[in-house]
Design a protein around this ligand. Structure first.
Ligand SMILES: [Zn+2]
Length: 269
């Protein structure tokens, strides 16, 4: 039975190539086609509004917004060879990204991977999963370039915890809206406003996800110290920080404490 609050979502899984016929630039064409697809088919995964609206072109804030809850969305797409998951997503200016992270207006990300016109995966990443530790600057453009000195950035997609990568379409199949809604609500357990604290919490969550068993010890998490040190080189008390983050994950219901130094992943994670 379909719940009234979660109508069925049955979008076309192919981009309408005819609409992009007038564009010769491949990147411009894919931009136009993916934007048209989102405009015509996407609902707001935050509040459930039946559509999202497009900002005027070249609006620096975001690409889409929800007219109901005012959530902002950035859209990225990538043409892929198979149903592979990318390690990084190429994004725009590094400085703009840092300014966005520090402000309250950081958009949510919608990421589409497609094989030519066929949509494979469409992933929603809530804005509170973005911290400086999942963004990496690219090399600035050389002095000869038209925009010399301009520096772009990459989103380190693989470093974002799985709980924050919510599939809207998975392997070419639309995910029912009630499943997306539940996944979004679960991911909100990791929502944290203070940017400095956000990186640590998400990085330790990522380590916990990477432990391949449900019950684990502090030692299992300490095995990730080299990974965490690389991300937070300025912190000299990593073990203490890890224990503190595990407490926060427990307080947010993402893990449970069984006994001293022994933990358990919560059933949904
Ligand atoms: Zn909304």
């Amino acid at each position: 039975m379909i719940s009234i609050s979660h109508p069925q979502w049955d979008p076309p899984l192919t981009l309408n190539n005819r609409l992009g016929a007038m564009y010769t630039s491949k990147s411009q064409k894919s931009r136009v086609l993916t934007e048209l697809w989102v405009e015509g088919n996407m609902y707001c995964p935050v509040c459930g509004n039946c559509s999202v609206s497009k900002y005027p072109a070249n609006t620096p804030v975001a690409d889409f917004f929800c007219p109901s809850c005012k959530a902002d969305f950035e859209l990225k797409s990538k043409n892929v060879k198979s149903s592979y998951q990318p390690r990084v997503i190429v994004d725009g200016s590094w400085n703009t990204m840092l300014a966005r992270l520090r402000s309250a207006s950081n958009p949510h990300l919608l990421f589409m991977s497609r094989q030519d016109a066929h949509i494979q995966n469409f992933i929603f990443i809530p804005n509170f999963f973005f911290s400086p530790s999942v963004i990496a600057p690219r090399t600035p453009l050389s002095a000869k370039a038209r925009r010399a000195g301009w520096q772009g950035c990459n989103i380190l997609y693989g470093a974002i915890p799985a709980i924050g990568r919510i599939p809207l379409i998975a392997q070419g199949i639309p995910v029912p809206r009630h499943v997306v809604d539940k996944a979004y609500k679960q991911s909100c357990a990791l929502s944290i406003d203070r940017l400095a604290a956000r990186g640590w919490l998400l990085d330790v969550m990522k380590c916990v996800e990477n432990i391949k068993k449900d019950n684990f010890s502090l030692k299992d998490v300490y095995a990730f110290i080299p990974y965490l040190r690389e991300r937070h080189p300025q912190n000299a008390h990593i073990e203490e920080k890890i224990r503190q983050q595990l407490q926060m994950l427990r307080d947010r219901g993402l893990i449970q404490f069984i006994s001293r130094g022994t933990y358990c992943k919560s059933p949904t994670h």
